[in-house]
Design a protein around this ligand. Sequence first.
Ligand SMILES: Cc1cc2nc3c(=O)[nH]c(=O)nc-3n(C[C@H](O)[C@H](O)[C@H](O)COP(=O)(O)OP(=O)(O)OC[C@H]3O[C@@H](n4cnc5c(N)ncnc54)[C@H](O)[C@@H]3O)c2cc1C
Length: 494
Amino acid sequence: MKSLWLDTAPVIPTDPFDPEASYDTVVVGAGLTGLTTAALLARSGQRLALLEARTVGAVTTGNTTAKVSLLQGTQLSSITSHHNAETARQYVEANRQGQSWLLRFCDENGIGYEVRDAYTYATTEQGLKSLRKEHEAAQAAGLDVEFTAETELPFATTGALRLRDQAQIQPMTVLAGLAKDYRAHGGRLIEGVRVTGARHEEGAVIKVATSQGEVTARHLVLATGIPILDRGGYFAVLKPERSYAVALPVTGEVPQGMYLSVDSPTRSLRTAEADGISYLLAGGNGHTVGRKKYTQELVDDLVDWTVENFAVGSAASYAWSAQDYSPARSLPYVGQLPVMGSNIYVATGYNKWGMTNAVAASLALSAEILGGENPWARELYKPRVAPLDAASTLRDNAEVGLSMLTGWAAGLANSTDTAPPEGQGVVSRENGKPVGTCTVAGETSRVSAVCPHLKGVLNWNDAEQSWDCPLHGSRFTAKGTLLEGPAVKNLDPA
Ligand SMILES: Cc1cc2nc3c(=O)[nH]c(=O)nc-3n(C[C@H](O)[C@H](O)[C@H](O)COP(=O)(O)OP(=O)(O)OC[C@H]3O[C@@H](n4cnc5c(N)ncnc54)[C@H](O)[C@@H]3O)c2cc1C
């Protein structure tokens, strides 16, 4: 599957890798977090390398729905219930800073975006209650959200919240603009280099191990979605949530606002233009990575819902999926690693609101690295009590434990000699070890079905034709090449 954004992305030039080079800062990961942080630091005169394992935007940023909105579902009521109204206010301020910076950058660099009203809507009485709580939390946090009965939706709603004048972007155009700015300030952008480790040496130097050799840096920013290297235990407080998006050509009048349902299954809507064609995008049907048996059904369901409700063509021109990470207590984790992390920084846990949170995190991290501080960042991103005591974290980790057990039990119980049908994969036992066998484009491949991160047994994802780990969200191609997640190695051969 390929997103509309990646399919219509501008070409983004890159640089060769220079082994043994020394940098002020190495940034790992060229999504929105990595590119914004790198661009900000390069403007200050730092010598930088931005190392990307795949290609710019290949993982979440190139597969998002890219609403740049301060109205974010039930985010503010959730933050208020886990923390307090003051923290929700700081969160709004951080996101406002992120949104303003991003749109100003677009304005200054001739990058187009559309200004749209954002809506969160309900279709049930329970959903309406959630809207009321969100409305209250937004008011307390200083966000001018209004209740409205007017939407452009073709079905009945029980109510909606509206925030005027938000924005929607083509994320790859924005990444291309950031990459241009970054390289114009001397930064090196290197694709196809995976960071595999880091260690501190004498004199505050960090040795960064990569798939192509070592480099050194004084600061290291892990802008990798979920942090790699496993320091700080972030994988235990982040839930990898995968969801789906489709783009269908518009044939009549469709809603022009950006919509998000508060009831399940989640439905997200926005429009987009590409190559002279207008599309309606629908997103939703999320689930924890690796824990849904037939993912293609979720894509088909999204297409059916869009065709049933809106003036669009009968088939999707694009369908794609991506994952983002939900933090245990609703706030992103941004800052220096708490364990052995001197001058190693992370930014993660945006809960599918990274278009503003990633930029806010980049503003905070670049200021911290340069010895400054943003007043809104100090409180919002302060290290909090380890969230491992939170009930939701215990629940999530219990689910991880259960997935671990059931994965090994199921893997050990099944056994098959026959190749799966086209597009399918199965896990079976061979010499006591789980082996994944799948058939893609007529070719049957066999790999170890054990995730090299923390030994979860992988499940087949038929929509993406990938092996996905139900523990912490690492994903691999049919032949075992690492796609994303906290792992840093490919799958072993079967
Ligand atoms: C379906 C979906 C819809 C969304 N819609 C919205 C929306 O409408 N509005 C909104 O605000 N947010 C939305 N989000 C969230 C938003 O897209 C993300 O939070 C944001 O894109 C994350 O950006 P990032 O740079 O942190 O991560 P990524 O874009 O994932 O970038 C991380 C990069 O790090 C690289 N990497 C990883 N490991 C290594 C390594 N070891 N070495 C080198 N490179 C490495 C990866 O290849 C990747 O390119 C959505 C998310 C999803 C899943």
